[in-house]
Design a protein. Structure first.
Length: 337
């Protein structure tokens, strides 16, 4: 069972580090994945002084999958992170009372996808039956695959699931060792492209287009820390929103900020990846109308009901436990012009 005392200890440590900071509070931020295009807005927010204007010294760390940041934030090792909200729901069901919740939705439309090769016979969900699916166990898309399968009438017993590591996922598909993989659409597709599989030879089955009504990744916080430092969390959200708005306006400049931290990255490829995330996952009709960061309560309730189809909650699910909108800024800074 989860022990929240560790989070309290970490809160004291963060408070101490803040006292040492000269005018800025140090905020370690745990990403979900590597330093790639979709992480560029956060680096841009650092370089443009957006976090600094909020009195924050943000240090960003790579992650190892969209579930990775949840325990890091829940234990207090990090005050803020970026993670799949659906996996957060399951984590909180299995660890009731754990001090972690989502406070800002970023991927309003989740990038969960099954990516296959047309020349290997993958064009539609049913084509996965009789095939080999490569799936990294910590992958957020794999975590939602049972819902995708149920919504599309897939017989999972007819699919050979091959657990694969993230580093070999796309190479195995490029080499034909698996017929399809689970992953984020903007990650797997462009990784395959870099490995010589053109986009027009790939089949991208975006789960949200096949009945999966879930949300995607969100900014999460350690709730003990957030309650003690509400203004810092609101400032972090506001600066993050401004970073995303700047990246939407000029993706290339945002990727320049990324390249400073990952010089081996291909600027053109990462700009394309960022643009894919903006177009498909971030700048949705809902976000254009309501701004970035908030959720539709009715849709969240529907997502919980859909999750119940494939996951048996031990405790009665409560959307208020999974997403807390009280830290969102109310000064209009979330709106995207």
């Amino acid at each position: 069972m989860f022990h929240p005392k560790s989070a309290v200890i970490a809160t004291l440590a963060f408070t101490f580090s803040a006292a040492l900071a000269q005018g800025e509070t140090k905020i370690p931020f745990a990403l979900d994945w590597k330093f790639e295009g979709p992480s560029a807005p956060y680096f841009l927010a650092i370089d443009d002084g957006l976090y600094g204007a909020a009195g924050l010294d943000v240090e960003i760390s790579e992650g190892k999958g969209s579930l990775d940041a949840i325990p890091k934030v829940a234990t207090g090792a990090y005050p803020v992170g970026f993670a799949d909200i659906n996996s957060l729901m399951k984590f909180l069901d299995q660890n009731p009372g754990a001090p972690v919740t989502a406070v800002m939705m970023v991927y309003d439309k989740p990038p969960f996808a099954v990516v296959g090769r047309k020349d290997l016979g993958i064009n539609a969900p049913k084509d996965l039956e009789g095939k080999i699916l490569g799936a990294p166990p910590p992958d957020g898309a794999w975590a939602q695959f049972p819902i995708f399968a149920k919504e599309t009438g897939l017989d999972i017993t007819k699919i050979k699931v091959e657990p694969v590591g993230f580093p070999v996922r796309e190479p195995m598909l490029a080499e034909g060792k698996v017929d399809a993989v689970t992953g984020f659409s903007f990650s797997s597709t462009l990784n395959l492209k870099r490995l010589g599989v053109p986009l027009d030879q790939q089949s991208v089955l975006l789960m949200a287009d096949y009945g999966v009504a879930l949300y995607g990744n969100a900014i999460i916080v350690n709730t003990d820390y957030a309650k003690a430092h509400p203004d810092e969390i609101t400032g972090f959200i506001k600066a993050t929103a401004e970073g995303w708005k700047a990246a939407i306006a000029d993706p290339g400049t945002a990727v320049d900020a990324l390249i400073k931290r990952n010089p081996a990255a291909d600027k053109a490829l990462e700009t394309e990846r960022l643009q894919m995330a903006i177009d498909a996952n971030v700048l949705t009709d809902f976000v254009k109308e309501h701004g970035i960061g908030s959720i539709d309560p009715a849709r969240m309730d529907a997502a919980i009901e859909q999750t119940k189809l494939v996951y048996e909650f031990t405790h009665t699910p409560d959307a208020r436990v999974y997403f807390d909108s009280s830290y969102l800024p109310t000064d209009g800074s979330l709106k995207i012009d």
